[in-house]
Design a protein around this ligand. Structure first.
Ligand SMILES: Cc1cc2nc3c(=O)[nH]c(=O)nc-3n(C[C@H](O)[C@H](O)[C@H](O)COP(=O)(O)OP(=O)(O)OC[C@H]3O[C@@H](n4cnc5c(N)ncnc54)[C@H](O)[C@@H]3O)c2cc1C
Length: 385
């Protein structure tokens, strides 16, 4: 017999994990489906495991998050305390350095991702999201549908049917969209559909809230990022104070113009090799120098820049002994422009809710925003249910 879920959640990133952990904590007893296009949990907070040994892991998206908020938030404080107490996250203090255009270490880091208290996962970013989702899932209330890309939404007889590109149908009484892809005009191209899926499910002027959500969402643009994922041969260390489990080098605006990198993140691996992720924001700076198809010369350019930076600044004394290099293209790394107002997060007349870093809360466009949106929605949902 076909299952009708009490709750269907599209997306398995940090916002939906926060939402789910908190409704389970508050006693939600229903059956939940998490439907995720990717192979696992994490979304933009995810980790790539290398094929030569799955124990080698690189956080190829967001590597850390920071909490700098103006208003005291009881729910956020409790949530963070729990993440720290349960060893899901750890402080990144003394492990990140901002550099100026002369590659001198700055005393104070001004980068928006490193203000306030800065945290990273205790293991890796995907594991952090996985552990979070299972914090209160002791009764196995969640079914996971991975590699399931939803392209259509339908609402009838008070039930949501969400339909994948392989024509699978998952049905639920309440739907949560943690990504705005099904609400944004970019869905037309990415999902190859003729109408924005949420618009198709709910006619214009049937719900003022839904019309507003679609209007606000479609004003948002995205920051693009390209990251290079590098792994070295074994027994490769950074020198002196940089010889740590994790090191972040962050370039200030002028330095970025020179080197072309936004950040370089080093993660020591279990076999004493180094995992390195080079983040770039101004992709044209690098890509325009090369034919997009000619990956080898692009990789060579990045490696040369990286080696020169490391050796000239006495961070290492020898060129990286390369084991592997690949590229990750984040076409939508963070939303830009005004977010969707928090008051629109739950629409009770259509049994639908929204969370994610695209909601206008503190930390909009970052993990903090994603977490706060998940916490807010969990409180609204428990009150509604
Ligand atoms: C390279 C990079 C670096 C970053 N650095 C930082 C940083 O240092 N600090 C910081 O705070 N933030 C950073 N960010 C931003 C941060 O990663 C995001 O703000 C946060 O992860 C958003 O979480 P989310 O749950 O809102 O969305 P997501 O993580 O995007 O989760 C949404 C999920 O929904 C799934 N999905 C979408 N549409 C569908 C569909 N139709 N069917 C099925 N599944 C679907 C997606 O696959 C995704 O897994 C960075 C992002 C990137 C990419």
């Amino acid at each position: 017999m076909k299952i009708i879920y009490d709750l269907v959640v599209i997306g398995g990133g940090i916002s939906s994990s926060t939402f789910i952990a908190n409704i389970l904590k508050q006693g939600f007893k229903g059956k939940i489906a998490i439907v995720e296009a990717g192979r696992g949990l994490g979304g933009r907070c995810s980790t790539r495991y290398l094929s030569r040994d799955k124990r080698l892991a690189l956080n190829h998206g967001c590597p850390n998050f920071n909490i700098k908020i103006h208003q005291k938030n009881y729910y956020l404080d409790n949530f963070l305390k729990e993440l720290l107490d349960k060893n899901l996250i750890k402080s990144l203090k003394n492990s990140f350095f901002e550099l100026d255009e002369n590659y001198k270490l700055l005393k104070k880091c001004e980068n928006e991702f490193y203000l306030g208290n800065v945290y990273t996962s205790a293991t890796n970013m995907s594991k952090f999201v996985e552990n979070l989702i299972h914090l209160y899932n002791s009764k196995n209330q969640i079914d996971f549908y991975f590699e399931t890309l939803i392209i259509k939404l339908n609402y009838s007889s008070k039930l949501w049917n969400i339909i994948s590109n392989k024509n699978e149908i998952i049905t639920g009484k309440f739907l949560v969209c943690s990504s705005n892809l099904l609400i944004h005009k970019r869905s037309l191209e990415i999902l190859n559909v003729s109408e924005i899926p949420l618009r198709k499910a709910i006619d214009k002027k049937s719900s003022f809230k839904i019309d507003e959500i679609i209007k606000f969402t479609n004003k948002q643009e995205y920051i693009k990022r390209i990251n290079f994922l590098i792994s070295t041969k074994r027994n490769y260390n950074l020198e002196g104070i940089f010889n740590k489990e994790i090191i972040h080098f962050i370039f200030n605006h002028n330095a970025q113009k020179d080197i072309g990198f936004e950040r370089i993140i080093f993660q020591k691996q279990f076999d004493n090799s180094l995992g390195i992720v080079v983040h770039t924001r101004d992709i044209n700076f690098i890509i325009n120098k090369y034919d997009r198809e000619d990956k080898n010369s692009l990789y060579q350019y990045v490696l040369n820049k990286l080696n020169t930076f490391l050796i000239q600044n006495h961070i290492t004394y020898k060129n990286l002994l390369l084991d592997d290099i690949s590229i990750m293209n984040w076409r939508a790394s963070q939303p830009l422009g005004e977010g969707v107002p928090e008051r629109l997060q739950l629409c009770d007349e259509y049994n639908i809710g929204f969370c994610g870093d695209w909601i206008q809360v503190e930390g909009y466009g970052s993990v903090l925003g994603a977490i706060l949106s998940g916490l807010n929605l969990s409180n609204k949902f428990i009150e509604f249910y």
